[in-house]
Design a binder for this molecule. Structure first.
Ligand code: HEM
Length: 221
């Protein structure tokens, strides 16, 4: 119990990120997370029955989205994006290694599908005109993967990969420190936002959930 609450407390930052997290947690279903408030529709996630084919679709679409996010941060249409380059949370390179491994095992790597393509097109467009909304997607996509994403990865690995831990779930360095550094940057960037801009950022969370949820559901395809 003490260990659990210590872990949860580490996810608080004392700034705007706490608001982002709180909105995100409420959008979880009750079976996904203790703080979730939504009713479960369809199968509760612990009962998911993944397939390798579906999981590969999920990994390919995730790679497309992480590549897109990285490109946006490097192009830095808005100066604040540059803050989030090379945070150590990047996932595209790790996913490339995993997909190479699957190929070596004789699996066919699929082309990206509409969940990943649609999300990439959406964030790319958004990033050029709406930094607050874009940063909401940056936060949710990267942080979700370190929380529920990791739990799902473990479950899938034990069900269909003989427990093999993919590179997607490994970070170079101490993950909680990497996350804390990014929280501090997010808090600093948001200090320059008006209350309306902050609310606008928070309102985008639902879209991030919808897009990321569609990509997660590929695991079952
Ligand atoms: C089956 C799907 C999902 C499950 C089982 C799940 C589970 C969880 C759990 C258990 C936590 C709390 C971790 C902790 O505080 O220790 C969490 C945090 C979080 N989740 Fe999810 N989640 C899912 C989907 C999503 C989606 C689709 C998004 C949006 C993109 C999302 C965004 C987040 C965020 C932003 C956090 C906070 C992370 C942090 O505080 O560092 N989750 N999730």
């Amino acid at each position: 119990m003490a260990e659990g609450s210590e872990r949860v407390n580490k996810r608080f930052s004392g700034g705007f990120v706490d608001e982002m997290r709180s909105v995100a947690m409420k959008l979880h279903t009750k079976d996904q997370a203790k703080e979730g408030e939504q009713e479960t529709q369809g199968k509760p996630w612990p009962k998911w029955e993944p397939t390798i084919e579906g999981y590969l679709k999920f990994l390919v679409d995730s790679k497309l989205v992480y590549d897109t996010l990285d490109n946006i941060l490097h192009q830095a249409h808005f100066p604040e994006y540059a803050e989030f380059k090379n945070t150590g949370l990047e996932r595209a390179g790790k996913l490339e290694e995993d997909l190479k491994w699957f190929k070596e095992q004789g699996h066919l790597i699929p082309e990206p599908l509409s969940p990943g393509i649609d999300y990439s097109v959406y964030v790319e467009e958004l990033s050029k005109k709406d930094p607050q909304a874009f940063i909401c997607h940056f936060y949710n996509t990267y942080f979700a993967h370190t929380a529920g994403g990791r739990m799902i990865g473990k479950k899938v690995a034990s069900k269909i990969l003989n427990g093999k831990e993919l590179e997607f779930y490994k970070w170079d360095g101490d993950l909680s420190q990497l996350l804390q550094n990014v929280r501090e940057k997010l808090n600093r960037v948001a200090e320059n936002w008006t209350r309306d801009e902050k609310n606008h950022c928070l309102q985008e969370t639902e879209k991030s959930f919808k897009f990321n949820g569609d990509i997660l559901h590929l695991i079952l395809a």
